[in-house]
Design a protein around this ligand. Structure first.
Ligand code: NAD
Length: 480
């Protein structure tokens, strides 16, 4: 029988007023009935989370840590089943879904470790004239209810990047997962309950972002909104959130420089993976590749050849490398942007069309050259299996072209020239620069966050914990 998922509020499943059917993107299979919370139900979740926070904030770090370790273990034990959930609801190829679960386990383990390392520092009070006779130090305290609004593309690990640090810090958290990927979040309810998390500290409210966003970002009991998703929604959330804390992890059109002298054999497979892993629906997907003119033609031909050879199929098939985009709407948008580029002079050297005869809305791995920099495929985030290749002569020219973007999440450079590596690292406007690998690189403890329209704030477990705690000064006047 088809499963029905209710709302997880106050440590219990609560029946909702409305439900909607969730369908698999690849074949339209009915997956489950999902509760569609109303703003009033979201408010209930916030109020109950706040009540639970009042005692959770006093739970010793050792216990918070143990709960997070237990959840990591439980996820690891059920890894194949949970990867299957991602593959079905997000149309993520199984190999990528397994990799996401492995990273999720790490994210919760890093969170468990972070819970035990929330510390302050001594302040040299007598360094100031008026400070003598005083001892000062800082402590980090929990802040209260955090809301976590998450995207579809890493439905386990990006929820973990908010839930893990929030709970490590002693906060309560209300999760609103993406419409397309609710089950990956809902399974956490029982995992955390079984691990010993007190009722109410974690709430999961499924439903429409557009209906719930304002409540989740502006309720007075919400002390921080941690959002990952598109720039347009991030901006709305910031407006609703006003002065309260926000972390906004937004989109990008990540770029890679391939410098003179690079051995194409060494990097080709990485570049193809960077552009097409999970159909290019990764926030740091490799979208723009700037190749030194001496390598340009050879690289473009070989990259296009490799793109054409990716194996297209069902997400649950281990061999599949490319499959359905998350929705028909997303596929139409990708197709329209590719058409716009072609109409303005770009050459389509691979793909450029929907794949017929397989699952729903699969867009072929696409390679474009001669793209005008005004085209959306260059200047905006495509979020699909499309890579643009462009030649350059001087490094400065490549850096300038990359920096024209309104986004700046991560960038990469392949080079054996230390001066070029350092110039790129220092000059590229991005939250992170990867030398001798693609920009599509992330491990879960490293600082991660964008500049410009890619957002504000930093994730990476320990950094997120910092942003989810309050730094408080304690000053003691010493009696003579
Ligand atoms: P999205 O912005 O459409 O949705 C993200 C979340 O916001 C969903 O839960 C959705 O329900 C919710 N939402 C929608 N409208 C809302 C509103 N008005 N108020 C509040 N919440 C609302 O993004 P998506 O399509 O799920 O994900 C793709 C985007 O996420 C891409 O731009 C991608 O680059 C970005 N992303 C960024 C990172 C990062 O770490 N920087 C990581 C992954 C994805």
């Amino acid at each position: 029988m088809l499963k029905r998922y209710d709302l997880w509020i106050g440590g219990k499943w609560r029946q909702a007023e409305q439900y909607e059917m969730l369908y698999a993107p690849y074949n339209g299979e009915e997956l489950a009935l999902i509760a569609q919370a109303t703003p009033a139900e979201a408010e209930e979740a916030i109020v109950e989370a706040h009540a639970a926070y009042e005692s959770y904030k006093r739970m010793p770090a050792s216990q918070r840590s143990r709960i997070l370790f237990r959840v990591a273990e439980a996820i690891e034990a059920r890894r194949e089943e949970l990867a299957g959930i991602i593959a079905r609801e997000a149309a993520k190829p199984m190999t990528a879904a397994r990799a996401e679960i492995a990273r999720t386990v790490e994210t919760y383990r890093f969170s468990a470790e972070a819970a035990k390392n929330i510390t302050g520092e001594q302040v040299a009070m007598d360094a100031a004239e008026g400070g003598q006779g005083k001892i000062g130090f800082t402590v980090r305290t929990p802040i209260g209810v955090v809301t976590a609004i998450t995207p579809f593309n890493f439905p386990f690990n990006l929820v973990a990047h908010k839930v893990g640090p929030a709970l490590a810090a002693g906060n309560a958290v209300v999760v609103k997962p993406a419409e397309q990927t609710p089950i990956s979040a809902l399974v956490l309810a029982e995992l955390f309950a079984e691990a010993g998390l007190p009722a109410g500290v974690l709430a999961i409210v499924t439903g429409k972002g557009a209906e719930l966003g304002e409540k989740l970002s502006s309720h007075p009991l919400v002390k921080k909104v941690s959002f990952t998703g598109s720039h347009a929604v991030g901006e709305l959330i910031q407006r609703h959130a006003g002065l309260r804390r926000t972390t906004l992890e937004l989109g990008s059109n990540s770029a890679l420089i391939i410098d003179e002298g690079t051995n194409i054999d060494d990097i080709l497979a990485r570049c193809v993976a960077g552009a097409y892993a999970y159909n290019g629906q990764v926030c740091i997907s490799l979208q723009r590749i700037l190749v030194h003119r001496s390598l340009y033609e050879d690289f473009a031909a070989r990259f296009a050849q490799a793109a054409k050879q990716l194996s297209v199929g069902a997400p649950l098939d281990d061999k599949t490398e490319l499959t359905s985009l998350i929705s028909e709407k997303a596929a139409h948008r990708v197709a329209a942007w590719v058409e716009e580029a072609a109409a303005s002079g770009a050459s389509v050297v691979a793909g450029g069309r929907m794949v017929e005869g397989e699952g729903n809305h699969i867009f072929a791995a696409t390679v474009l050259t001669d793209v005008p920099r005004s085209a959306k495929v260059w200047s905006e985030e495509i979020f699909g299996p499309v890579a643009v290749i462009m030649p350059f002569d001087e490094l400065e020219e490549a850096v300038r072209a990359i920096n024209e973007s309104r986004y700046g999440l991560q960038a990469g450079i392949y080079t054996a020239n230390i001066h070029h590596a350092m110039a790129a690292a220092l000059e590229l406007e991005a939250g992170g620069v990867v030398i001798n690998d693609i920009p599509t690189f992330r491990t879960d403890q490293m600082p991660y966050g964008g500049v410009k329209d890619s957002g504000k704030g930093t994730e990476g477990v320990a950094y997120a914990v910092e942003e989810m705690t309050q730094l408080k000064l304690i000053a003691i006047h010493l009696r003579k």
